[in-house]
Design a protein around this ligand. Structure first.
Ligand SMILES: [Ca+2]
Length: 111
């Protein structure tokens, strides 16, 4: 319990870049420095489950959302999101940031 609280405090105190970097590392489950379609889909799916949004159809379809997010953030056109693309994208686009770095994501990290 103590360890968890310390982690939250660290996240809150860290600056915005660090928060985005933490978020990126949560998405990049393979640890190769790129977020690919599958990693994004899995995390969007996990986040909506966390919010009790069990509706994965239509606009909530994780596959569709992942495709849209990659289309928007992938500058180099390799269909993956690098750390720099992720950080720049979140900084320049508040709606992207709201989708990609919700409070729920940082809660997920603690599990
Ligand atoms: Ca990866």
């Amino acid at each position: 319990m103590f360890e968890k609280n310390t982690k939250i405090e660290l996240i809150l105190k860290s600056n915005f870049d660090n928060q985005l970097e933490i978020a990126f590392n949560i998405y990049d489950t393979s640890g190769d420095g790129q977020i690919d379609q599958k990693e994004l889909e899995d995390m969007i799916s996990a986040l909506s489950d966390l919010n009790d949004k069990t509706d994965h159809e239509g606009d909530h379809d994780p596959k569709k959302r992942a495709t849209e997010i990659i289309a928007k953030l992938d500058i180099t056109g390799d269909k993956k999101i690098s750390k720099q693309e992720f950080i720049d994208g979140c900084k320049n686009d508040a709606s992207m940031r709201a989708i990609l770095v919700p409070v729920a994501l940082l809660q997920l990290k603690r599990k």
